[in-house]
Design a protein around this ligand. Structure first.
Ligand code: NI
Length: 312
């Protein structure tokens, strides 16, 4: 009897072990299927312009659509932009030539607005002739800002050339004040000098610190001074550093979403050419960080864009 029972027990044990093994195999198999489905989902990315009309409206407040990256498909790209619910694109010149192209794009497209200015990476000895030319462009259709201007010490290590950047920056800030127009500011590794300028010569300027890359402390100072902060594709990266915290804490009425296309594509397009439609991906991430719906975040940032750049 004892033996039989022992056999039965061992039988039961074997069956239990077999069942356990089978369950594990089934779990593994389903996990493999899940993994396959996830990969399939990822490879089958639905671009923003194919998401259907869900009523989400966004503004890409910082783009460069004048350049040769878009020469082959600019009109198609703008059609995709519209299909993705992007109701306006603000494109910025970074040289005199690019500013001229931005002005003509704004003149020929109802949803395109332009900023004119010279980027610090392209700093040169500015004369009154250039200032006059920028001023004349601001009278053209849908030209709404002076930008992209600012300081870039990441690319420029030479102190004399950095001084030239500061001179050009303050000259363009003065022009914006004279014209009562907002500015769009680029700041890369020049936080100290930027803050000094904005608290002195620039204290009466208004506008946007685009692609914000500073600390929460710096953000707080800028917000107190009345500035708006723009965030771009890097918000979606795993190494976004301090940016998610800033996006979470900052007041909703100062946040803008931008692409800086053709650069800085958000995930899952990182490394590929960026375009205004992808601003939706940065907006989705910002909404997630702030615990808001995309609808809410889109409505707020679009309102902010219209306010700061006076878009009509
Ligand atoms: Ni830019």
């Amino acid at each position: 009897m004892a033996e039989t029972r022992a056999e039965k027990v061992s039988d039961l044990g074997a069956r239990a072990a077999a069942e356990q093994k089978a369950r594990k195999a089934a779990r593994d198999a389903s996990r493999k299927i899940e993994a396959k489905e996830t990969t399939a989902e990822k490879s089958k990315i639905v671009p923003p312009w194919e998401m259907g009309a869900d009523g989400i409206e966004l503004v890409d407040t910082h783009a460069h659509i004048d350049g040769e990256d878009f020469d082959a498909d600019r009109e198609e790209m703008l059609a995709r932009t519209k299909a993705a619910g992007i109701v306006a694109v603000v494109t910025f010149g970074d040289t005199m030539e690019a500013s001229a192209r931005a002005v003509s794009l704004a003149a020929s497209h109802e949803t395109v607005f332009a900023g004119v200015g010279v980027h610090p990476e392209n700093a040169f000895p500015f004369t009154q002739a250039e200032i006059d030319r920028l001023a004349a462009w601001t009278k053209e259709t849908r030209v709404i800002a002076i930008g992209e201007i600012g300081l870039d010490y990441y690319w420029e290590k030479d102190e004399e050339k950095r001084a030239l950047q500061r001179k050009m920056f303050t000259r363009q800030l003065a022009l914006a004040r004279d014209l009562d127009m907002p500015v769009c500011i680029h700041d890369r590794e020049a936080h100290g000098d930027l803050m000094t300028i904005l608290k002195t010569e620039g204290r009466k300027n208004r506008g946007v610190i685009h692609c914000f890359s500073g600390s929460w402390e710096m953000a707080k100072e800028l917000l107190k001074l009345g500035w708006y902060l723009g965030v771009d594709g890097p918000l979606t990266y795993k190494n976004a550093a301090k940016l998610p915290e800033i996006v979470e804490k900052m007041p909703a009425d100062r946040l803008l979403v931008e692409t800086d296309c053709p650069y800085l594509s958000p995930l899952p397009y990182r490394g590929k050419r960026n375009e205004p439609a992808y601003v939706r991906l940065t907006a989705e991430r910002a909404a997630e960080i702030r615990g808001q719906s995309l609808e809410e975040l889109a409505a707020q940032t679009t309102k902010n864009a219209r306010t700061v750049y006076n878009l009509k």
